[in-house]
Design a protein around this ligand. Structure first.
Ligand code: IMP
Length: 497
């Protein structure tokens, strides 16, 4: 007979944290959010950590190079999606590794033959008003001029006017030479009262733009997640099919960490993939997943995984539970895997970090996941809402939304993630194509989320995530007490301010 678990499968919304004594030194800004990402032996230091316990999902609609740069600047890590050609994924990894704070690769470019109409379209699409004019219209072509809002008047100028006729030409531009430091670039910006400074090489090819507004970039991001060479860190998702080609390319691109991306990680395919990496590239760190119980966890650990990702069926765009009847409430999954991890550590002296993946709806769910034993959380929906995610922003009714689609939807065509060893086509969908409310800049939103996490931890009397895991007290809630948790029995004043 099948094994029937006596415990109900539960999710985060069914729990609340009880406050512990808050000592005077446990104020929110004194809360340390660093966490280990990869396994280490007790009593030694983890070889890799995050400055905040948050990573972004391995999804087409979430983790590209732009989002990875924004998140690493805030102390977290992105895993660039693997459901794209190997060279494109490696290129995204390289862009993050090459990113220099304050030096921006221009994303709005035209050639002299483009028209004012093209300029207006680019401005609408990217939201950027500084447009580089290069010989071939690309971000690294020979710089011929710059167009900003000061170069044209939409009320007077014809939309057919050629860029050559209204740009500020190269001869009138102040530029910096490649190799200049950020502080030298800023000196030029201040001296000549510029809004932006193009950085060119000796052949006049454009490399970067430095903007006046990015002056304080580093000061604003004290938690940046950097490798020993002071470059931003980035991860990448891989699948269990083309790893012998994909992994070497990602390593060449200097990726910091890999993660096998699979909806069900308790498979021999996953073991083969991890073993291949550990045999051929022993120094490379790789996470495995997803699992929801102790058996799956131990299997991946014994295969060599450096961290284990937990969660099946809890993602906001996920319909795996409806389609296949597979999964487990996210809280129950994290609690069981964390217990297995702690027992494994007790027995072997090796600590394996775990990541709670999917199903975070409220910011406090992050603290619950951590208190239940996760070392960090992976989120998709949360990040899809921001300017930096790769998906389109569209207007629906009176508000803006962004597109967000699952890796198991027909749109993503990521059959490898759902592969159980047969052939290529997705026979049925495990994810939906949807919209999420547009929310603006990643940093603005993440700052609020992190303030809430620190404040909750402070109420729980925990100055670190380890302390939270050891001392948190968690209670189940009834459905009636959930109503008590929101505003109730009052008439809300809407749109008053
Ligand atoms: P969210 O943060 O709740 O939106 O969940 C994101 C997570 O959902 C990802 O990290 C994946 O583990 C998972 N996921 C992504 N695409 C799909 C899908 O199409 N079906 C099921 N799960 C998915």
């Amino acid at each position: 007979m099948a094994i029937i678990y006596p415990d109900v499968s539960r999710t985060f919304s069914e729990y609340l944290l009880l406050p512990n004594l808050t000592t005077k030194d446990c104020f929110p800004t004194n809360v340390n959010l660093t966490v280990p990402v990869v396994k280490y032996s007790k009593g030694t230091k983890t070889p890799m950590k995050l400055n905040i316990p948050i990573v972004s999902a391995i999804m087409q609609s979430v983790s590209n190079d732009t989002l990875a740069i924004a998140l690493a600047k805030c102390g977290g890590l992105s895993f660039i999606y693997g459901s794209q050609p190997i060279e494109n994924q490696a290129e995204m990894v390289k862009k993050v590794k090459k990113h220099k704070s304050g030096f921006v690769v221009s994303d709005s470019n035209v050639s002299v033959d483009h028209t004012l109409k093209d300029v207006v379209e680019i401005k609408e699409r990217t939201g950027h008003s500084t447009i580089a004019v290069t010989e071939n219209g690309t971000a690294n072509g020979k710089l011929l001029g710059i167009v900003t809002g000061r170069d044209y008047r939409l009320t007077r100028d014809s939309l057919d006017k050629k860029v050559a006729d209204f740009m500020t030409p190269f001869s009138k531009l102040i530029v910096g030479q490649l190799g200049i430091t950020l502080s030298e670039a800023n000196d030029l910006i201040w001296e000549y009262k510029l809004n932006s400074l193009p950085i060119i090489d000796k052949d006049q090819n454009l490399h970067y733009l430095v903007f006046r507004k990015d002056y304080d970039d580093h000061k604003q991001n004290p938690d940046q997640l950097m490798d020993p060479q002071k470059r931003l860190m980035v991860g990448a998702g891989i699948n269990t099919r083309d790893y012998s080609e994909r992994v070497p390319s990602l390593i060449d691109a200097e990726v910091d960490i890999l993660c096998v991306d699979s909806s069900d990680g308790y498979t021999e395919y996953q073991r083969d993939t991890i073993e291949y990496i550990k045999t051929n590239f022993p120094g490379v760190k790789v996470g495995g997943g997803n699992v929801v119980d102790r058996e799956g966890f131990l299997y991946l650990v014994e295969s060599g995984a450096d961290f284990v990702k937990v969660g099946i069926g809890g993602g906001s765009i996920c319909i795996t539970r409806e389609q296949k009847g597979i999964g487990r409430g996210q809280a129950s999954a994290v609690i069981e895997v964390a217990k297995a991890r702690d027992e494994y550590c007790e027995k072997t002296g090796v600590y394996i970090p775990i990541c709670s993946d999917g199903g975070i709806v409220h910011d406090y769910h992050i603290v619950l996941a951590l208190a239940m034993g996760a070392d960090f959380v992976m989120m998709g929906r949360y990040f899809a809402r921001f300017d930096e995610s790769p998906n389109k922003k569209v207007k629906r009714g009176n508000s803006y939304v962004k597109e967000y689609w699952g890796e198991g939807s027909n749109r993503a065509r990521n059959w490898q993630r759902y592969d159980l060893g047969e052939n290529s086509a997705l026979k049925f969908e495990e994810g939906v194509d949807s919209y999420v409310p547009y929310a603006g800049k990643l940093k603005d939103n993440l700052d609020v989320t992190l303030s809430k996490i620190r404040s909750t931890m402070s109420s729980c009397g925990a100055k670190s995530i380890k302390q939270l895991q050891e001392t948190a007290r968690i209670t189940l809630v009834s459905s009636t007490s959930l109503i008590e948790g929101g505003a109730h029995d009052v008439i809300l004043k809407e749109n008053e301010y």
